[in-house]
Design a protein around this ligand. Structure first.
Ligand SMILES: N[C@@H](CCC(=O)N[C@@H](CS)C(=O)NCC(=O)O)C(=O)O
Length: 210
């Protein structure tokens, strides 16, 4: 039996689907709608106590959650796909630093934009949480844009072929205002536009946003 990915459209499973395709893994998607009842939530929490997707189940049954952990596992398990620099190298340290940076700041900030009421006990506080989150997300996009600017002459963040860092950035670019991105983050916008037509990525885009 291969990998099983629990995910659904327009969620963090988008990057995992792209990586599974790029490494030609044996996998199936288990479409997992957002739980709507307590029983469904209890069931999902048996697998991931956070009740969130994406969840990758390894062929040996090991449960892997947290997008970057899943992506780095796939990069290491399928080295021929060159989805990350060699483990232990300084290039890998740089790569993992910015992957972690993007999850901790951008992805989590986007969750505050999407679900502001979860981040305040003030019943009227949602709009202020959302506005602050939008600023926060944009500030961190600008930091990564400046970091990538001198590197993209190589093609992608780490050289001539995309790594899971590029794939993660590709996914999160769908969740930010495209006009703001084009006007303020020329490096990330150029990277996004270079990644979108790649065959595996464009098929995943179609499944999530088509
Ligand atoms: N820290 C997790 C976050 C995963 C996450 O927020 N998943 C969202 C979909 S993109 C989810 O399942 N949300 C449902 C909920 O929180 O109720 C990761 O980086 O993978």
């Amino acid at each position: 039996m291969g990998y099983r990915l629990l995910g659904r459209r327009q969620t963090g499973s988008m990057a995992i689907e792209a990586a599974l395709r790029l490494c030609a893994a044996d996998w199936t998607l288990v479409v997992t709608p957002r739980p709507t009842t307590e029983a469904e939530m209890t069931e999902l929490c048996r697998i991931n106590p956070r009740g969130q997707v994406p969840i990758l189940i390894h062929p040996d049954g090991t449960v892997i959650t947290e997008g970057p952990a899943i992506l780095l596992h796939l990069a290491d398990a399928f080295p021929a796909a060159k989805l990350a620099p060699q483990p232990g190298s300084s290039a890998r340290a740089w790569h993992d630093r910015w992957l972690a940076f993007f999850q901790a700041n951008v992805y989590e900030g986007m969750l505050r934009e999407l679900f502001p009421d979860r981040y305040t006990q003030d019943p009227a506080g949602g709009p202020a949480v959302r506005a602050a989150a939008t600023d926060y997300v944009r500030r961190h996009f600008l930091i990564l844009d400046a970091e990538l600017r001198p590197r993209l002459g190589h093609g992608y963040a780490c050289g001539p072929s995309p790594t899971v860092l590029d794939i993660y950035v590709w996914m999160l670019c769908f969740w930010i205002d495209a006009n703001w991105l084009a006007e303020n983050c020329p490096s990330l916008d150029a990277l996004w536009l270079r990644l979108r037509p790649l065959p595996d990525l464009s098929e995943v885009e179609e499944q999530h946003f088509g």
